[in-house]
Design a protein around this ligand. Sequence first.
Ligand SMILES: Cc1cc2nc3c(=O)[nH]c(=O)nc-3n(C[C@H](O)[C@H](O)[C@H](O)COP(=O)(O)OP(=O)(O)OC[C@H]3O[C@@H](n4cnc5c(N)ncnc54)[C@H](O)[C@@H]3O)c2cc1C
Length: 451
Amino acid sequence: MSSVMWFRRDLRLRDNPALLEACAEGAVLPLFVLDPHLWGPAGPSRRGYLAASLRSLDAALRDLGAPGLQVVRGDPVRRVPLAARAAGAERVHVAADFGPYGRERDAAVEQALADQGVGLVRTGSPYAVPPGTVTSGSGDHYRVFTPFHRVWEQQGRPAPQDAPAHADWLALDAGTVDLPSPRLPAGLELPEAGEEATLERWRSFLEDRVDDYDEERNVPGTDGTSRMSVHLKYGEVHPRQLLADLAGRRSAGAATYRKELAWREFYADVLWHQPRTAREYYKTQYANLAYDEPGELFTAWQEGRTGFPVVDAGMRQLRSVGWMHNRVRMITASFLVKDLHVEWQHGARHFLHWLADGDLASNNHGWQWVAGSGTDPSPFFRVFNPTGQGRKFDPDGSYVRRWVPELADPDRVPDPHEPSSEVRAAVGYPEPVVDHADERREALARWERAR
Ligand SMILES: Cc1cc2nc3c(=O)[nH]c(=O)nc-3n(C[C@H](O)[C@H](O)[C@H](O)COP(=O)(O)OP(=O)(O)OC[C@H]3O[C@@H](n4cnc5c(N)ncnc54)[C@H](O)[C@@H]3O)c2cc1C
């Protein structure tokens, strides 16, 4: 029997249960569909990274003796059944998608395949514990992280599996397109893509940094985090593989790392239960808060010209490498919502445009967490002071100096977190666009009014 392996967010050969299922059945057509619905709104970082990851998967498949990844372009509801027919496939194998669009798309593809007598088989997912699995004693889902995490930790997981040792591969005679190769905007440099580069980066984190992760993860000036987010996003590695490697580690760093992986799964779970929260307020009462329309200050924020060094460093890091440190994501997001009074959806869209790891669940719920309208029970009135946060988490100023070149020279700028007006004028760095104390009061006043 022949089948189709439809790759989506699982661009790897190792520990890929759907691929193993397909290979066990006979000849396999390795398929990727460039879906305009996803490619169109993806920003330069996601397009560039996806293209590089596809090239890497294509090369890895060729090393296994396959004719390469078969790439087609168009609506999967049409393209997948066409590919299945061309391959004479009886089944199409996928890892389940739990996002709002992916679920609808897969249901429509499943129907279209069924119309021609082909089955869609979902094996595995991008998560260690698939969304919808973790429930309370009463069968309800969790709305806050801590109890979710407790139950998530207790879930069993199969051990990671190897790449298929052998398979017969199929190719399409017609209808394929070249692998995409979008041009990156000047100044944007993305990390190396692909399964091998991912595992190399992971092993180096595991050997050198994971045990200090609980301490280092909040210091944006160090390389203290794993940088796995983009690799998890595209499934170049599965969280099950990371968790298996962490299993023997007793350090506080390893425990904290497991917990961070659980945050990713928690947000996917919340979004699965409440797909509307991708765009709407999780806590609906926050929709009543008064916000300003995005204008010049929003543009200054996007471009890293707010005059608040750690905010500007983060916003410039985002556009330079398609990634931002988690602590700084929180600081920049808080600044937009609580100092500039712009609704979180505008910021979330900007992040999704530039982040290579841009993920609807983690991003939009990360934004809602900061905006106070998300799953976190912490109240709106905890407003980050951007200067204080910079001093606390970037005490030596190395992060700010790295990403804001105007502030790089310690001789000219002795205090990179709060340069004086004279220094700002001398190095060409803007004055703060707002007074934080005033805007904090304004944010709280609006919150009081909404209550
Ligand atoms: C406003 C905002 C937007 C965000 N947008 C995204 C996004 O689009 N995509 C994304 O993957 N993460 C997002 N995050 C979460 C977090 O910032 C990134 O996962 C992290 O910075 C990625 O770097 P890392 O892989 O080095 O993380 P590490 O610190 O090494 O963490 C390991 C992994 O745990 C997961 N993780 C860690 N922290 C979080 C978190 N707070 N929420 C969910 N998962 C987490 C990620 O998969 C990460 O790769 C966002 C956070 C905020 C506050």
